[in-house]
Ligand binder design. Structure first.
Ligand SMILES: [Fe+2]
Length: 357
């Protein structure tokens, strides 16, 4: 087992090319929404995995494996490698024992080794990190970061395990099938949206302020053809807001509510269950024993059409967060997981979402 060092701290850099690549600069003013880049410099397939530092690995195993039902692909004295019942990739969540409960890196699968080389060149041209550390159970992996220092692991090949999709006797807890998306706080939603748009992430839905000069509050961006692989919300960042895990259906989420409420995990249920206005997905937000946020998520929609128009939501629309109208708690807007060694910045935008009292 090769030790996995945390990503090197990355100083904040202002991305120099925002205006150069903006396809939506009108009369000298940068418009919030741009045309999608359909032929990106390299091809990202999907959000693939996340590495989380946890303080007590056995306590985390009880939560993720015994309660939520994730499968253990491998374990080491200081790490657990987990996957959902559908997944052939070796891991979609890596839990690593640490003194600090923060996030290490966000993993994205690329289409080919040539794409990985093109990605390394692209990040190098922008003076962003381009290390290739040895990562257990993964092929060649580019460890880089975005303009705010958010650590990204880009790779093509991962060790494979048997899919348990039709081994129904293996279904436990929330019967989680696969990872779906990663949601992060950013201090500048427009800058993050511009950056990830250039490398091919396509906008499906967004929230913005009202008025003559609307400001982006949140964006949902996809590569794989549903509502998102990666989302950004305005806030102290970069931080990981949550990891979205797909369940087969709504009743799997209802079932885990009953299980958690009667097995000592009532306080870990932060928000929901409910149906989002944005994405139409049914959801439940959980906090793991270290406070990392997990979303159980199902039933959003197809987004592969290249002429798909993004859906706009006003920040003040009460059905934006939850179609049934319930606002999210303050903790949902304020709390998240920092990235190891990465400096966080306050957001410039101070607009106020609807918060439960
Ligand atoms: Fe989510």
């Amino acid at each position: 087992m090769l030790p996995l060092a945390p990503p090197a701290p990355t100083a904040f850099r202002q991305w120099p090319n925002v205006l150069e690549v903006s396809a939506a600069t009108v009369n000298g003013r940068t418009m919030p929404i741009r045309k999608p880049v359909l032929d990106p410099p390299f091809h990202i397939v999907r959000a693939s995995h996340v590495e989380l530092n946890v303080r007590d690995l056995e306590r985390s195993r009880a939560f993720y494996v015994d309660c939520l039902g994730l499968l253990v692909s491998d374990e080491a004295p200081d790490a657990l490698y987990l996957r959902g019942v559908e997944e052939r990739n070796h891991h979609s969540i890596v839990l690593r024992r640490s003194r600090e409960a923060d996030a290490c890196a966000l993993g994205f699968k690329l289409a080919s080794e040539d794409d990985l080389d093109r990605a390394a060149s692209w990040f190098a041209r922008r003076n962003l990190p381009t290390a290739f550390p040895d990562i257990p159970y993964q092929g060649r992996t580019l460890r880089t970061a975005d303009i705010f220092g958010m650590p990204l692991d880009l790779y093509v090949q991962m060790d494979q395990r048997d899919s348990m999709l039709q081994n129904y006797a293996e279904y436990r807890g929330a019967r989680i099938q696969r990872i779906d998306h990663l949601n992060c706080f950013t201090p500048d939603v427009q800058a993050s949206y511009d950056f990830y748009s250039e490398i091919g992430f396509r906008l499906t839905e967004y929230s913005e302020t009202d008025g003559e000069d609307p400001q982006l509050w949140a964006v949902w961006l996809h590569r794989k053809g549903n509502v998102h692989d990666l989302a950004f919300t305005n806030g102290l960042g970069p931080r990981l807001h949550h990891v979205g895990l797909w369940t087969p259906g709504v009743l799997d989420i209802i079932h885990i509510c009953d299980v958690m409420a009667t097995s000592g995990y009532l306080a870990n249920m932060e928000r929901g269950p409910g149906r989002h206005g944005i994405s139409n997905a049914f959801f439940l937000y959980l906090r793991d024993p270290d406070g990392h946020r997990i979303e159980l998520f199902t039933s959003d929609y197809l987004t592969v059409d290249t002429d798909l128009e993004p859906i706009r939501w006003s920040l003040t629309d009460p059905q934006r967060q939850t179609l049934w109208g319930q606002p999210a708690p303050a903790s949902w807007f304020e709390q998240g997981s920092g990235f190891s060694g990465v400096v966080q910045r306050q957001p410039a935008l101070t607009a106020q979402p609807i918060v439960a009292r």
